[in-house]
Design a protein around this ligand. Structure first.
Ligand code: C2O
Ligand code: CU
Ligand code: CU
Length: 486
């Protein structure tokens, strides 16, 4: 007992020391020049009224243009840049973005398409661009091994070979992933395939098919972001933002609307509900469609996870407002407009998710995530770029048993566990079948404290891939490992 008490005091002292140094780090703050007055990178995000506190219109990220006229091959250009964005009143906040001042464009791809990416790092520090959820060779993955030094160009190529899904991209450099994401570096990848193109679901981008990148941010009085790593669960913000606008609103007609929701926060879970308690249908998880829509009143997304839902506004009347909330915090508001013909449907069957067979598994790995704040470990160790933690055989079926433990007496409430370069399936949560909305393709799974989650996974591409907690502060603090597929 005494020992435990002593350990508690030591942990407490360490927390205070690290906590104070973290505040200082944040005060140092800007790692780029905040007065970059290039008007092209200024952006009034959804600012339809200048008075502070007025709810802004939801910004819809632009689709990135494919500059290659060849149908099967495409070339996309991303510029990683500094800028300024107005989130509150007309105060400008120094931010980072892809081809703009905050967040990035949507890269829309079709299964079978050959893609050449051209990524220019116009920042004054290193970055990388990781395609979260995309199945590609390790060298094209954009993880910490594919650093793009300041001023350099990175040109990965890949062929899209996975089901229709909503994926995303963000930096993945050692030491600055968390701050670069916080300042605005994140964008979406939408994949279409035969299934998505044949379903009669809402699919008109920006009209009835809307992406929602949900994040939380804190602001200083001068409008700059406060990046405060709170030493418990990572950097949490006081304001919820969607697509780069604080608590925005969206006008909708009385039709079915599809939302592709990404938890793009550094550390916060979002437990999404409608304010009137009505149900919606979840149609997709991280890596694609569920077999059938799952009707529900809530959807929990931990950092890195995606979920697609259809809300039927056909049941509302003109002038109604309904809010999207997360644990009683406002996320955004929908204002319902007039009636309109709606030819879309919520089909009974969406796709076939071919289930991996446990009997085929050749090995079982265990992953133990432990600790909180900066005192986190994965399998008892901190990340080392020069150490390969696991060797995996291409195409073999494996079971991974992931736990979130408490050996240090204090711990986060759980960890979103993510694997690069593949999509997996959840077998069980604490021995029980996972909920229906977790029975599709996943690349990130929330493992709450004390829980054991068993997943089944195969790797289809060679190379080195990361696996880690997607609380970005935990990842940075070393809750990450790497595997090599041969
Ligand atoms: Cu969003 Cu290592 O990933
Ligand atoms: Cu990833
Ligand atoms: Cu974690």
């Amino acid at each position: 007992m005494n020992k435990k008490w002593f350990a508690g005091v030591v942990v407490g002292l360490l927390l205070i020391i690290f906590g104070v140094s973290a505040i200082n780090m944040n005060r140092r703050g800007m790692f780029f020049n905040p007065r970059n007055d290039n008007s092209e990178t200024r952006n009034d995000n959804g600012n339809d009224d200048d008075s502070p506190g007025t709810k802004r219109m939801l910004p819809i990220p632009k689709l990135l243009e494919d500059v290659n006229p060849d149908e099967r091959v495409s070339d996309y250009y991303l510029n990683v840049q500094e800028g300024e964005t107005s989130f509150i009143g007309d105060i400008m906040t120094p931010t980072l973005g892809y081809n703009g001042s905050y967040l990035g464009p949507v890269i829309r791809l079709t299964r079978g398409q050959e893609v050449n990416m051209h990524v220019k790092n116009a920042l004054t520090e290193d970055t990388s661009v990781h395609w979260h959820g995309l199945e590609v060779e390790g060298t094209q993955d954009g993880g910490p091994h594919q650093v793009i030094p300041s001023g350099n160009l990175w040109e990965p190529s890949f062929t899209v070979n996975q089901p229709a899904s909503t994926l995303w991209f963000h930096p993945h450099v050692i030491g600055t992933t968390a701050t670069q994401v916080y300042y605005g570096l994140a964008g979406l990848i939408l994949i279409d395939d035969e299934v998505s193109l044949s379903l009669n679901i809402p699919d008109e981008y920006g009209v009835n098919d809307i992406p929602l990148i949900i994040q939380d941010r804190s602001f200083a009085e001068d409008g700059s972001f406060i990046y405060f790593d709170n030493m418990m669960d990572g950097a949490l913000g006081t304001h919820i933002m969607v697509n780069g606008a604080v608590e925005p609103h969206l006008d909708v007609e009385q039709v079915k609307m599809r939302f592709r929701i990404v938890n793009g926060a550094n550390a916060r879970n979002f437990d999404l509900k409608l304010s009137d308690g009505k149900t919606f249908h979840q149609i997709a998880s991280d890596g694609g469609f569920l077999e059938a829509p799952v009707e529900s009143t809530a959807m929990l997304l931990s950092p890195g996870e995606r979920g697609e839902i259809i809300i039927d506004f056909g049941g509302y009347s003109e002038g109604d407002t309904v809010e999207l909330k997360s644990n009683d915090k406002l996320v955004m508001t929908f204002t319902v407009g007039g009636e309109k013909e709606d030819t879309t449907e919520i089909p009974e069957k969406l796709a076939v998710v071919e289930k991996y067979d446990e009997a085929d598994a050749s090995s079982i790995r265990t992953i133990e995530m432990d600790g909180m704040g900066h005192m986190v470990t994965l399998n008892g160790e901190k990340f080392d770029m020069h150490r390969i933690d696991d060797y995996v055989t291409l195409g073999e079926t494996e079971i991974w048993e992931i736990t979130s433990d408490n050996a240090m007496m204090m711990s986060s409430t759980g960890h979103p566990f993510h694997i690069h370069g593949t999509q997996f399936q959840i077998l069980t949560r604490d021995g029980r079948e996972p909920p229906l909305n977790e029975q599709g393709w996943k690349d990130t799974v929330f493992v709450s404290l004390g829980e054991t989650v068993r997943i089944i996974v195969k790797f289809h591409y060679r190379g080195v891939f990361m696996y880690h907690c997607h609380i970005l502060e935990h990842e940075e603090a070393g809750m990450m490992g790497q595997l090599e597929v041969n």
